[in-house]
Design a protein around this ligand. Structure first.
Ligand code: FAD
Length: 510
């Protein structure tokens, strides 16, 4: 459909790269000692660890641009392996890039571009993939950081437990990556980020081991966990985490509500977010995006509402949320809403369709990129009182750039998470690219959108992280003293600045 909208139906899809077509620079140094046991310079591994999964990463791969691969990829099995790697990197001035699933969309897993380093090693954590212990009384589990989403959930299921953290990249991302990036998952309210589920952490850095204690809460000074959560691999490598779990929910109530008037829909969502009902799902989807996801005809915004519990029925909560929607001219299918309350985990129909298309979207993005369609997302958060002006400014800035660089294009939005004081707005861009120029085109659109976000007082990221891509806007919007504090911490845990250089902060600014 997208190809016909942009009248590109005849355009040929470029094939994905094959490893034989890629010429990689030879490794710039040789390994020594035990490192040869768990590191490889195989082209497939090095090419596969050159980029994350943003559109600009996919495009660089499609255009066979692999100018700066890691010299080696390490697959450590033990913490001693990681310590040896760090010692080697410090002694040889080699950059060490922690790698989870590589689903970063902000340039978080790329080797540094700077020639300050003698080379780089990507440290892939996939062999740290075990659930080490489960504590059913405290409802927590000690889990290794390299485990992928599906293996994590499968392992917990046998205990009747779940983490219920489902980023859209669930299948190809890891627990350590979620914690390092402060990922946003399943819950639209209350437990929006992975942060809330982290009870304790174990982190290795060149400065030593940092291990926090298993406590339900503590008031003893600044929170060491929160210092590490979101540090994107620059303060250390997370090897284990003790995670707070949920009992698998069996009682659900959900509905999808249509609103002719977008403003009315936003107001209803504001009131729900401030009602104390705390729905697990509260996603408001713009008319255009609802249409593209197959849950609307493009004339209405759609609110997907869902409540869940393993303990008590959710119907009363849903009813109250629906009353709020009714007061703002929301309409819904009563049969559908009733069917969702059977206790069998049935979801409202639109919710089911949306979930299926939501999980397919990443695969579609890569296929469209091969046909030269620019399709990418960006996200932010703002307080309710500033929402109207902010949303208008971001859309105007992005649309102007779309027209200037692509001639036309579509801009869709949805609220992915909502707080009592404001929503998270997630924008999706779809536009016709010019063959060979798509990266520059996207960079121009992204710059316009990011400038508008910061000028409007929003955050450069709510859950996609900072990485390299967002760093200029992050630096602009952070308090200067915060930057100095971060550099002091970096100096303590990583005095030679070998860990993930260029991510979150510029190297050398000590
Ligand atoms: C299609 C798609 C959908 C996405 N949807 C979401 C979403 O819904 N919510 C969301 O929050 N994000 C989303 N993302 C972004 C991405 O999936 C998240 O940032 C995710 O948390 C990254 O996990 P990962 O294991 O792939 O980490 P990686 O991409 O490998 O690494 C991310 C960062 O964490 C560091 N890191 C990784 N593992 C460790 C470790 N063990 N110790 C220290 N540092 C480490 C890396 O150095 C890097 O800086 C999406 C990405 C894609 C491509």
């Amino acid at each position: 459909m997208v190809m016909s909208i942009f009248e590109l139906s005849g355009r040929k899809e470029l094939p994905p790269p094959r490893i034989e077509e890629i010429n990689l620079r030879s490794p710039r140094f040789t390994l020594s000692g035990r490192l040869t046991e768990f590191c490889t310079a195989a082209p497939y591994d090095r090419a596969g660890h050159t980029y994350g999964k943003a559109l600009r990463d996919v495009l660089r791969a499609i255009y066979r641009q692999f100018d700066n691969p890691p010299d080696y990829v390490a697959y450590p099995v033990t913490e001693q392996d990681i310590r040896d790697l760090m010692d080697f990197c410090v002694s040889r001035s080699i950059a060490l890039v922690p790698y989870g699933g590589g689903s970063s969309v902000v340039g978080g897993v790329e080797p540094p571009a700077s020639d300050h380093y003698q080379g780089s090693i990507s440290c892939d954590m996939r062999r740290f993939d075990k659930i080490l212990s489960v504590n059913p009384v405290a409802r927590t589990a000690r889990i290794q950081a390299g485990i992928y989403g599906p293996a994590l959930e499968a392992g917990l299921k046998q205990y009747g437990l779940t983490l219920r953290h489902y980023p859209q990249s669930f299948e190809f991302s890891t627990l350590g990556g979620w914690i390092a990036t402060r990922a946003g998952g399943h819950f639209a309210t209350l437990y929006t980020h992975i942060d809330e589920f982290v009870e304790a952490l174990r982190i290795l850095s060149p400065g030593g081991l940092l291990e926090t204690r298993e406590l339900p809460g503590t008031g003893d000074g600044p929170d060491a966990n929160r210092l590490i959560i979101g540090s994107e691999g620059i303060f250390g490598i997370i090897t284990e985490a003790v995670m707070r779990l949920q009992t698998i929910p069996t009682l659900r109530a959900s509905a999808s509500v249509s609103f002719k008037n977008e403003k009315g829909a936003m107001e209803a969502v504001r009131l729900i977010s401030q009602s104390g009902l705390y729905p697990a799902n509260c996603r408001l989807i713009s008319p255009l995006e609802s249409f593209s996801m197959g849950i609307g005809d493009g004339s209405h915004a759609v609110l997907l509402l869902g409540f869940e519990s393993h303990d008590h029925p959710q119907e009363t909560k849903l009813r109250r949320a629906l009353e709020i929607c009714r007061a703002h001219a929301g309409i819904w299918d009563e049969t559908d809403a009733l069917a969702s309350q059977t206790g069998q985990g049935v979801q409202a129909d639109a919710g089911r369709t949306w979930k299926t298309n939501f999980l397919r979207a990443p695969y579609m993005r890569d296929v469209l990129a091969r046909s030269g369609i620019i399709t990418e997302t960006f996200e932010t958060a703002i307080t309710w009182d500033r929402l109207d002006d902010f949303h208008a400014r971001v859309q105007a800035g992005t649309r102007a750039a779309l027209t200037a660089v692509c001639g036309n294009g579509l801009l869709m939005w949805r609220f992915t998470h909502v707080y009592p004081d404001g929503p998270v707005i997630y924008y999706t861009v779809v536009a016709p690219g010019r063959r060979g120029a798509e990266i520059d085109q996207w960079d121009a659109i992204k710059k316009a959108a990011s400038d508008a976000i910061i000028a409007g007082g929003g955050t450069i990221t709510h859950h996609h992280a900072v990485g390299r891509v967002h760093r200029p806007w992050y630096e602009k919007s952070q308090p200067a003293l915060m930057g100095q504090i971060m550099r002091r911490i970096k100096q303590t845990v990583d005095p030679h600045w070998i860990l993930n250089p260029e991510v979150l902060m510029a190297p050398g600014k000590k």
